[in-house]
Design a protein around this ligand. Structure first.
Ligand SMILES: Cc1cc2nc3c(=O)[nH]c(=O)nc-3n(C[C@H](O)[C@H](O)[C@H](O)COP(=O)(O)OP(=O)(O)OC[C@H]3O[C@@H](n4cnc5c(N)ncnc54)[C@H](O)[C@@H]3O)c2cc1C
Length: 306
């Protein structure tokens, strides 16, 4: 938590950004679930450096928050302060066909930029609602394309405030993840794109988005896929196979459209979702012998749960 002493220190050091304390995370997550957290919105690199220095001095651990589209935040909230880059690291630059986007840029915004500038290469990512930083952290992907395949480098700040540019080859991307030490902040990434025809790029994005809309519950609150697909099988098919499609606990329901999505019907609590996750895991393991691994990131301190 950001106590008044820490807030005062940060302000004295010249932090210009917004500090919001004890905001309900249901307002900052696509799942519309989660208790309170403190969120800091650095305006620029200097602001971020001030935060990291203050946290390091006081031994405060922090976590990044992107668009909150891959998160399940516990009902009791999050003690660690959250840093959100959307108010300062939101620029997109272009040099020829090479695009550099800040960690806080929304992927839909980046795709829109590509259409405007007739740049091709990111079309299959249409419909992923995260940010560049969150997308790279999760190695988000769709239609056989993933973030790790479309960047040429990324710039990160570590927990001591040191900034480093890493080439794509220096980073180990895996299925829905990346090997980055805790506390590393993705500041920006470079995308080597190709020149294309604007209409064709737009049509392709619309095609991918349409396909997504037909198969995924995009208009209901969710956090995207709950589980990673095990090798060679789809988690959705396994869940459907054990008869849990449409199953409901409180206001948390296995989507009748796509069984690997849990949707919030209105006032689902994190506890409902976690109970449903456990039930799904148990049934799939008992009946199919497969252990499902979470794709969604659970944020908060379990010991605080009542
Ligand atoms: C309707 C819907 C559809 C989706 N479809 C897809 C899909 O097709 N494919 C797919 O892969 N995912 C999909 N997702 C999941 C989600 O959109 C992606 O994982 C996305 O990349 C998460 O980005 P975010 O900014 O929302 O990150 P958040 O959810 O805010 O955070 C996710 C993780 O990234 C970390 N993080 C965030 N920003 C940074 C940063 N700058 N530096 C370091 N770490 C950071 C956070 O600490 C957290 O651990 C979908 C989600 C929804 C709700």
């Amino acid at each position: 938590m950001i106590d008044s002493g820490l807030e005062e220190t940060i302000r004295k050091e010249g932090f210009k950004g917004e500090i919001r304390t004890q905001v309900p995370m249901r307002e900052f997550t696509s799942f519309k679930i989660g208790g309170p957290a403190d969120i800091l919105f650095p305006r620029d690199l200097e602001d971020l450096q001030i935060l990291i220095n203050a946290f390091q001095k006081d031994g405060v651990r922090y976590q990044l928050l992107g668009n909150g589209t891959n998160l399940l935040v516990l009902d009791s909230g999050v003690r660690k302060p959250l840093i959100n880059l959307c108010q300062g690291f939101d620029k997109i630059k272009k040099e020829g066909t090479r695009v550099t986007a800040g960690g806080g840029v929304g992927l839909p915004q980046l795709l829109h930029f590509c259409v405007q500038n007739a740049l091709s290469g990111l079309e299959p990512l249409a419909g992923i609602p995260g940010t560049v930083g969150g997308g790279i952290r999760m190695n988000a992907g769709s239609q056989g394309m993933e973030m790790g395949k479309v960047i040429s480098s990324l710039t990160v700040m570590n927990h001591t405030g040191r900034i480093k540019r890493l080439k794509r080859e220096e980073v180990n991307f895996n299925y829905r993840g990346i090997d980055l030490p805790a506390g590393n902040i993705i500041l920006e990434a470079e995308f080597p794109l190709q020149r294309g025809k604007r209409e064709k790029i737009r049509d392709e994005m619309e095609h991918f988005l349409r396909r997504k809309k037909e198969t995924q519950p995009l208009s209901s609150p969710s956090a995207g896929s709950i589980f990673k697909n095990p090798q060679g099988v789809s988690a959705g098919e396994l869940i459907e196979g054990v008869g849990l499609k449409g199953f409901r606990l409180g206001d948390a329901m296995v989507s009748p459209l796509h069984a690997n999505f849990i949707v919030n019907l209105g006032s689902a609590r994190a506890k409902d979702v976690l109970d449903l996750i456990e039930l799904i895991r148990k049934r799939v393991y008992q009946e199919m012998g497969v252990k499902l691994e979470l794709e969604v990131v659970v944020l908060g301190e379990p010991e605080m749960e009542g």
